[in-house]
Design a protein around this ligand. Structure first.
Ligand SMILES: Cc1cc2nc3c(=O)[nH]c(=O)nc-3n(C[C@H](O)[C@H](O)[C@H](O)COP(=O)(O)OP(=O)(O)OC[C@H]3O[C@@H](n4cnc5c(N)ncnc54)[C@H](O)[C@@H]3O)c2cc1C
Ligand code: SF4
Length: 329
């Protein structure tokens, strides 16, 4: 049985108190639902001396409609969001993504803030300390080599959060608060490609709110996920699609993917060649082919990269079909 190493717990009741503690105690870690942090502590991938529990801070849960934006509190549980009437009505692809994370118990504990700030994953790191020591430590923790890219100087552990590609396709912005103040960061700028820590967030900064502009009328969106089992498993590939249409013709199209690299990625698409056309099978095939050309998974998780790459166009097509079916229902 894996045991948690000893650690202290702080239970602040305001964001200001939480960020002050995080600033004063370097190495302390915020904890929301703990569904990722605690397993990582058991594996000694993360070893904070102090855990700053966010659960006692009021005002960080729930969804509100405010000035054309949906504001989502970072402590909202995944389950609550998957059932939330505003999310289901306006952001069905987000409800779809959070409703497929882990399993029912974990979705009741796990939060959207914890999901956005989720640590990257790799077949060589999400193992016990004993296992990792036997193989030899790697760049992400305690070592100097990468077992995925031989000779590699940068960790390529996979971004594995299902909500991230959907929030990217929806142009979400993140509210980050610290003792120094508040900043609003577009989600595209929040992630970077270093798997050791793939976020542009200081250790003393908390994500407190996610803001998503209401999609234009006629927008369709969906999320599809490749995984070994239909529940519990992290994504081996996650695909979020979105299309804005006017009078049935495409005005904008987005494909965002996760689990292939250290950051979720907005796939570059030739928008000028796609605009003004109906969202038919030919156009979807063209987008799927472009996504295949752009996506090159690495051997950072257990499923074969070649198979995951072949699945990219399959899941892009499935996502568009799902979005179209929902729009015509
Ligand atoms: C068996 C199993 C299966 C899983 N399957 C999936 C899956 O399919 N898809 C998926 O995406 N995830 C999955 N997860 C991971 C996890 O359950 C979810 O990502 C969940 O949303 C994490 O939220 P949390 O509140 O529990 O985060 P925590 O564990 O509390 O925190 C996660 C990380 O975020 C930081 N953090 C938390 N909240 C904040 C905040 N407000 N501001 C700044 N930093 C913060 C923590 O310091 C920590 O580094 C799985 C976990 C398990 C154990
Ligand atoms: S990608 Fe390389 S450095 Fe990163 S966790 Fe995996 S083996 Fe370690």
């Amino acid at each position: 049985m894996l045991r948690l190493p000893p650690f202290e717990v702080a239970e602040p009741t305001t964001v200001a108190e939480a960020t002050r503690i995080l600033k004063e105690r370097p190495g302390a870690r915020a904890m929301a639902g703990g569904t990722d942090l605690l397993p990582n502590m058991k594996h000694e991938i993360t070893t904070p001396g102090l855990v700053v529990g966010l659960w006692g801070i009021p005002g960080l849960r729930g969804v509100t409609l405010d000035g054309g934006h949906l504001k989502i509190g970072a402590l909202s549980s995944l389950h609550a969001l998957s059932e939330d009437p505003l999310i289901r009505a306006h952001l069905p692809s987000l409800a779809e993504a959070v409703g497929q994370i882990a399993g029912p118990q974990l979705r009741r504990m796990g939060t959207i803030g914890g999901n956005v700030c989720l640590d990257t994953r790799c077949v060589y790191i999400n193992q016990t300390y004993f296992w990792r020591q036997a193989l030899g430590f790697c760049l992400k923790k305690d070592g100097t080599v990468c077992h995925v890219v031989k000779g590699g100087r940068r960790c390529v552990a996979a971004a594995s959060n299902d909500s991230a590609p959907v929030l990217m396709s929806l142009d979400a912005t993140l509210k980050l608060e610290s003792a120094e103040g508040t900043r609003i960061v577009p989600i595209d700028d929040f992630y970077d490609s270093d798997g050791v820590f793939n976020q542009q967030r200081r250790p003393d900064e908390l994500l407190t709110e996610i803001s998503v502009p209401l999609p234009k009328p006629g927008t369709i969106a969906a999320y599809t996920k490749l995984r070994t089992r239909a529940a519990i498993d992290f994504p081996e590939l996650g695909v979020a699609v979105l299309a804005e249409r006017a009078e049935g013709l495409v005005e904008r199209i987005e494909v965002c993917v996760t689990a292939l690299a250290a950051r979720p990625v907005r796939v570059p698409l030739p928008l000028e060649a796609l605009k003004g056309r109906p969202l038919d099978a030919a156009l979807i095939d063209q987008v799927a082919a472009e996504a295949y050309r752009r996506c090159k998974p690495l051997k950072n998780i257990a499923t074969e990269p070649a198979y995951r790459r072949e699945m990219v166009p399959v899941f892009v097509r499935r996502a568009f079909r799902l979005a179209l079916a929902r729009a015509s229902a």
